[in-house]
Design a binder for this molecule. Structure first.
Ligand code: AMP
Length: 212
């Protein structure tokens, strides 16, 4: 039986990298609201058009729209044995809506993994983040370097450019950080130090604190 897990942490803390690996090894889906929005943007769907302005400026997509999309996703069959939510919830109202949605099904979040990285480090990490447009794989030029043969095709996310990073960090502190305390009160918060170590070491730290 898998777990229902949420990943917390500032943009660039390593949530996505760890979530992908955890999902693979646990055999449960990785659900990233950022990935869902970017895919819709690329494909030019009505949802993509609706969220474009928010993504490009680093602002949050409205809570209700985001929650509707997640609720829809969580009702799919592959979510029956747990999942890893990455980038959601990102505000207290989203966290509360998720709790209510799950309670209605007799379910709850069993672990909230908070990857803790100081702000000074975040800015450097985001500017070094690159992704493979074909596979979606995410690398960091310093901490998680890509294989040299694909280096030329890697792209930088539009919202990882310096002008948007500050806006995203501000939104993180004002709107997202309070949910760390929310999951603390629910007794499911797991804090993992996310600096001074590569992805393998952080992964080991997560496994150490996750419930069996
Ligand atoms: P991410 O890939 O998680 O950094 O998300 C990229 C962008 O998608 C964010 O800067 C927001 O504009 C939007 N987004 C992703 N997840 C959420 C969420 N839970 N609530 C609101 N907006 C979100």
């Amino acid at each position: 039986m898998g777990l229902r897990i949420v990943m917390l942490g500032a943009p660039g803390a390593g949530k996505g990298t760890q979530a992908v690996r955890m999902a693979q090894e646990m055999g449960i889906p990785h659900i990233s609201t950022g990935d869902i929005f970017r895919k819709n943007l690329r494909e030019g769907t009505p949802l993509g058009t609706q969220v474009q302005g928010y993504l490009n400026s680093g602002a949050l997509v409205p809570d209700q729209l985001t929650c509707d999309i997640v609720a829809d996703r969580l009702q799919q069959a592959d979510c029956a044995n747990g999942y890893i939510l990455d980038g959601f919830p990102r505000s207290l109202p989203q966290a509360e809506m998720l709790t209510r949605f799950l309670a209605g099904r007799g379910e709850k979040i069993e672990a909230a993994v908070n990857i803790d990285v100081p702000d000074e480090e975040i800015v450097g990490r985001l500017s070094a983040r690159r992704s493979d447009p074909d596979t979606g794989a995410v690398y960091n030029l310093k901490f998680n370097p890509p294989p040299p043969e694909i280096a030329d095709k890697l792209i930088q996310r539009e919202d990882d450019k310096p002008e948007t990073v500050q806006a995203r960090l501000k939104t993180y502190h004002e709107t997202t950080e309070p949910i760390i305390a929310y999951y603390g009160e629910q007794g499911v918060l797991l804090n993992v130090p996310g600096s001074n170590a590569g992805p393998d070491e952080i992964y080991r730290r997560i496994l150490d604190v996750l419930p069996a």
